[in-house]
Design a binder for this molecule. Structure first.
Ligand SMILES: [Zn+2]
Length: 277
């Protein structure tokens, strides 16, 4: 017990001595310290900082796939809707039964190819997304690409034999919530060109005309340099994909803005332009 008191006293003495030494050092430092004023202007800086600018936040990857509340339309929405589950269609030819079979749909063939990649004319995607953006409503694509087999299966009418659906240059659709106002949808499509940063100054794109020759619709179609727009009323243009009860809008591409050439149907493009799996 006595020993521990002795050690404790030595420890306290040691602490006291080192404290004294520190305060002595501080006194000497203060005695020898000199000072001087620092002179500088209020705008002196070591480096300059640019005034802050307001930036709009970039979208996260998952936000890119939406337009408002609607899923952004991509070429995936244009895939052929044929199905090997569809039963063969029977028709009498010269007294003999003939059967038309459907294709296997997207499981058995690709979209048309352009430069080795699957493809749909970008203007169709842009126009449909514009409609979604302007209306806040969902565009329902009833028919995008139709391979030749499914084209025949779906609609054997004369007008359909050279359909641009086969080369992914045509789309049929209606807008959920505007099912009975297809003309309003057409107005928005025309507005796309009037507001387009590149085409709004070009009368060939902005000025639409009405097509007065024979077609398969009663309402005169609209056209500019790039697209041809038809409205099918509720009793017109019914085929396998458009077996619904609504009027619908059809857009065909007339002019390829990237390749700067007319877009026309050809047997070779329709039949050889895609991969079969
Ligand atoms: Zn098909």
């Amino acid at each position: 017990m006595k020993k521990s008191i002795l050690y404790f006293s030595i420890f306290i003495l040691f602490l006291g001595c080192s404290g004294l030494e520190e305060s002595e050092k501080e006194k000497i430092r203060k005695m020898n310290a000199t000072g001087e004023y620092i002179y500088r202007s209020s705008d002196d800086t070591f480096f300059s900082i640019d005034p802050p600018k307001r930036h709009i936040r970039e979208n996260y990857p998952w936000e890119e796939s939406f337009i408002g509340n609607q899923v952004r339309i991509t070429k995936e929405f244009f895939r052929c809707m044929g199905s090997s589950q569809n039963p063969p269609l029977k028709k009498e030819v010269s007294g003999q039964p003939a059967y038309t079979f459907d294709c296997g749909g997207m499981l058995q063939h690709s979209l048309p190819l352009m430069n080795g990649k699957e493809f749909t004319y970008p203007v169709l995607i842009d126009l449909l997304n514009y409609v979604q953006e302007r209306t806040g409503k969902k565009v329902i694509i009833t028919c995008g690409h139709r391979c030749p087999t499914h084209n025949t299966y779906s609609d054997r009418s004369r007008f359909n034999q050279t359909s641009k659906h086969m080369i992914a240059a045509e789309v049929d659709f209606y807008v959920k919530g505007l099912e009975w106002s297809p003309e309003r949808v057409v107005e928005i499509l025309l507005e796309y060109y009037a507001n387009h940063p590149k085409w709004s100054e070009d009368p060939k794109y902005v000025n639409f005309q009405r097509y007065e020759r024979e077609t398969n619709v009663s309402m005169l179609p609209w056209y500019n340099k790039e697209v041809f727009i038809k409205v099918f009323k509720k009793d017109e243009g019914r085929d396998l994909e458009n077996a619904h009860r609504f009027p619908y809008v059809s857009i065909q591409v007339k002019w390829d803005r990237d390749a700067e050439e007319a877009v026309t149907y050809s047997w070779s493009k329709a039949f050889n332009g895609y991969l079969r799996y």
